[in-house]
Write a protein that binds this ligand. Structure first.
Ligand SMILES: [Fe+2]
Length: 392
């Protein structure tokens, strides 16, 4: 037997004895990883496996993945908390399951502290079609490398079931969710299944309210304060929430915040000329936003793009008027576009129902710049909000 033949035989033997991934029971992702509840000090990496396994997330600053967050036991659904992180820092991570690395290494940035006066986020509504446009939107948004992404409800059509959250949210959004902390909000379609239980199970959210519900919450990112509301609750169609309770909490939360910028997001827009039209049941919140210095309010539900002039008491006012709030409907994130339900209103500053896309917002110091991008990266709309220094 030649030396070469013996070597080949030994290599073949070694390969046969090595624990092959399939033989040892390597898992694969049913739901690819998403980054949830990311703060200045912590992050959650959530994913679902196709078989129950122990799982862990190797991670570390930059590309040195020297730390490890382990699951408490074997399972298919994992939400592993990475603790003791540093603010505004880039971290790499690698999921491992059943003893093998799974998927590609990812990376993200933790939230910066309140002294940092730069924030860049994406917002998209009514994304959950499970269609190619949704995936294209996620890719276009990811290419702009936002710090975080907000969803504006109706994350998974038709009914926000467990299967639909997988197929119509986590899978098509994967390229964005692997690198961008996501902060979702509830739409009416989530409520079609068990008062949104599959959504609540899929996301780890701040739940910083007396009831400890994840249906509405707030968080800070740099010098900006974000509030997610449950507008379906406010509409009255949800048994699992109390309207007055949410409004009282929002008032306290917005008053308590000393953040330079305040952004509120939820599904049903108080001002819209789309087929659904203005959600008047959210107008009491509009009054609250005017009283508490909210700068920008984002909604969906109408599958199109619309931006208002700065508004106060339902009427346009000059930019810089104290208490003026700008509203954007960005329900053009994936689902079939709607026709307008009315001519442009006095509150309408810009509107488009011919292109799907998302809203990209950069805040730098006293200036907020919003750009509505279409799927191909072309610009649908652009606007600026300037902070007027408060009177001394
Ligand atoms: Fe909706």
């Amino acid at each position: 037997v030649s030396r070469r033949a013996r070597t080949a035989a030994l290599v073949a033997l070694a390969a046969a004895l090595a624990p092959s991934r399939a033989a040892a029971g390597a898992a694969s992702f049913v739901r690819p990883p998403s980054l949830q509840s990311v703060t200045t000090r912590s992050a959650v990496v959530a994913f679902r496996l196709d078989r129950p396994c122990e799982a862990s997330v190797r991670h570390g600053a930059g590309t040195e993945l020297t730390r490890r967050a382990n699951s408490a036991g074997p399972g298919t659904d994992h939400a592993l908390a990475l603790a003791d992180l540093l603010p505004g820092t880039a971290y790499g991570y690698q999921v491992e399951a059943c003893g093998f690395p799974l998927g590609e290494a990812g990376s993200f940035r933790t939230a910066p502290g309140p002294a940092v006066q730069e924030v860049h986020f994406a917002a998209m509504g009514d994304v959950g079609c499970g269609c190619p446009d949704q995936a294209a939107n996620a890719r276009t948004a990811a290419a702009r490398r936002p710090d975080l992404v907000l969803t504006l409800g109706d994350n998974a059509y038709r009914s926000g079931t467990d299967e639909e959250l997988t197929a119509n949210f986590f899978v098509p959004m994967a390229p964005l969710l692997a690198s961008t902390p996501v902060f979702p909000s509830l739409g009416n379609h989530e409520y079609y299944t068990a008062d949104a239980q599959p959504y609540l199970a899929a996301f780890t959210l701040p739940a910083n309210n007396p009831k400890r519900t994840e249906r509405y919450y707030s968080f800070d990112w740099g010098f900006a304060h974000f509030v997610a509301l449950d507008s379906t609750c406010e509409e009255g169609g949800a048994r699992a929430c109390e309207r007055g309770e949410q409004l009282r909490w929002a008032e306290q939360d917005l008053r308590r915040s000393t953040a330079r910028w305040k952004i509120v997001f939820f599904h049903h827009p108080p001002y819209s000329t789309g087929a659904h039209g203005s959600a008047r049941f959210m107008r009491p919140y509009a009054r609250l936003f005017e009283r508490t210095g909210v700068d920008l309010v984002l909604g969906g539900h109408d599958h199109l793009y619309e931006r208002t002039h700065p508004l106060k008491d339902d009427a346009p006012v000059p930019a810089g008027t104290p208490g003026a709030v700008t509203y954007v409907v960005a329900g053009h994130g994936g689902a079939r576009l709607y026709s307008f339900g009315a001519p442009a209103a006095p509150f309408t500053a810009a509107r488009d129902n011919t292109r799907k896309g998302f809203l990209d917002v950069t805040i730098s110091g006293d200036r907020l710049r919003g750009t509505a991008y279409a799927l191909d990266g072309t610009v649908i709309d652009q606007f600026t909000i300037r902070k007027v220094a408060p009177a001394r």
